[in-house]
Ligand binder design. Structure first.
Ligand SMILES: *Cc1c(COP(=O)(O)O)cnc(C)c1O
Length: 460
């Protein structure tokens, strides 16, 4: 083991150095991947020296998500304290289902859940768990809602037309989850958004009324805190009123920006969060922990238990249910995703988490100001968002993003709203400073200047 740890240290140091010197790797075309790297597995073992050589090549040719020019995803950067926690979780290799096997790690997870519930104003009847990502957190929310609506379904199966509401700008896991659950994709009713990408409550009210008149069974509303493209926050209070009126479960998908709960300055974006039935957020997005770290909270501990507990005499042999976390999770064997968030939180305190959130909004403001003050750019995003959407000199966003990637200049993606496509710069890497944001625009400008011909021809 010590030998491999030394190799780990050596490879990590090379990676850190490479990230500084070359923030982007030259992409390997997918068609030639297996000829370029010795990935194929053989009968014979790889000799130590060869093994190390292959591993180094693999590490150094993998896309670099921690660097100052990676803006492609709703995560980015590397938090060293969180990384330390995750490395320790791998070394410890517990499974989170029982206190007998996970010991104090159970306390780590419970503490994060309790503190998170307190922050959003859920009382002592609330609880939560860690799911394998935001999509699965949404799944767990929908499942609790289904069972709360009709507790016989988990025994008898779905036989009614259950209706889900979510905005047109919401995450694609909602229809997928409806399909997984036997509810069906067609039973997801999409609600229009307003001009800044928030769910329109008037349209929701009309849709519920129509569905009830048609004998359908509305049960679940999914609101979004940070939509995937624009980073918009649905207004919770009007949605909560409608849900209360019709007895619907209200979930807030905060996978992207739910971490604003840590900021006194931006928490108002989730005004009314205490009125919801469930809420999820991904610490691997705004909090910058390694993937994955997704937390699902429910105001109703009872429903979390109802939907997810199962007796298993071979597993639950000691300690009370409160410490046997397998009673509220979707998996059986479960990775310790809590420790990496705990090492971060413990080391910087809640006030440090607040600084991370505030800094991301600050960087977003720097980017918006730059765009507003430069006539070659057009801005499509709104205040209170860390997704900065823009176009440069009218160049089609898809073309520019793909060229920047293929020429190893920057990793950034594009999105569409109201039929317009634009580049989406995500200021979620809190290791960045103003400098890195301004440098990003510089990279684009220089690239366009030098490669005008590439961008003007049809095929790049
Ligand atoms: C990222 C995201 C998800 C999915 O989370 P994963 O951890 O990638 O499964 C769900 N909803 C929203 C709004 C997201 O931004």
């Amino acid at each position: 083991m010590n030998k491999d740890l030394a190799l780990f240290q050596k490879l990590s140091e090379k990676l850190l150095k490479a990230e500084q010197e070359e923030p982007l790797v030259k992409p390997i075309p997918a068609e030639s991947l297996f000829e370029t790297l010795a990935i194929s597995l053989e009968d014979a073992p790889a000799e130590d020296e060869k093994f190390e050589e292959i591993l180094e090549k693999l590490v150094l040719s993998t896309p670099r998500t921690a660097t100052r020019l990676f803006f492609n995803q709703l995560f980015g950067g590397r938090n060293s304290k969180a990384t330390l926690g995750d490395l320790l979780a791998v070394m410890l290799n517990n499974s989170m289902y029982t206190y007998k096997v996970a010991g104090p790690q159970v306390g780590i997870e419970k503490e994060i859940i309790r503190k998170s519930c307190n922050l959003i104003g859920y009382d002592k009847h609330s609880d939560g768990t860690f799911a394998p990502g935001g999509s699965m957190s949404n799944f767990m929310a929908m499942l609790m809602a289904r069972d709360a609506f009709n507790e016989r379904i988990k025994h008898e199966g779905v036989s009614q037309k259950l209706i889900v509401y979510t905005s047109e700008e919401s995450h694609y896991s909602i229809p997928k989850n409806a399909a997984f659950m036997g509810i069906g994709r067609d039973q997801v009713h999409y609600i229009k958004t307003n001009s800044i990408g928030q769910m329109n409550p008037t349209h929701l009210a009309a849709r519920i009324k129509e569905d009830l008149e048609n004998g359908l069974h509305p049960f679940f509303v999914n609101a979004t805190a940070g939509t995937t493209v624009l980073g918009a926050f649905d207004a919770i209070e009007p949605l909560s009123k409608l849900c209360k009126k019709h007895g619907l479960w209200l979930h807030v998908d905060g996978a992207y920006c739910g971490s604003v709960i840590f900021s006194k300055k931006y928490k108002h974006l989730l005004k009314g969060i205490e009125l919801t039935d469930s809420f999820s957020y991904n610490a691997h997005k705004m909090m910058g922990t390694p993937l994955t770290c997704s937390i699902i909270l429910s105001k109703h501990k009872k429903h979390l238990n109802n939907s997810f507990s199962n007796d298993a005499a071979y597993l639950y042999q000691t300690d009370g249910d409160d410490y046997n976390l397998g009673k509220t999770s979707i998996q059986c064997g479960r990775r310790n995703d809590a420790l990496k968030f705990w090492t971060l939180w413990k080391s910087v305190g809640t006030s440090g988490l607040e600084k991370i959130v505030n800094h991301q909004f600050h960087l977003a403001q720097v980017a918006r100001d730059y765009i507003k003050n430069n006539k070659d750019y057009e801005l499509y995003s709104f205040d209170n968002s860390i997704s900065i959407c823009f176009n440069y000199k009218g160049i089609p966003a898809e073309k520019l993003c793909t060229a920047l990637y293929e020429y190893s200049e920057a990793m950034v993606g594009y999105g569409t709203f109201n039929g317009t496509q634009f580049i989406r710069l995500v200021t979620i890497n809190s290791n960045n400073s103003n400098q890195e944001i301004l440098n990003f625009f510089n990279v684009i400008e220089n690239f366009v200047e030098e490669n005008h011909s590439i961008l003007l021809t049809e095929v790049i």
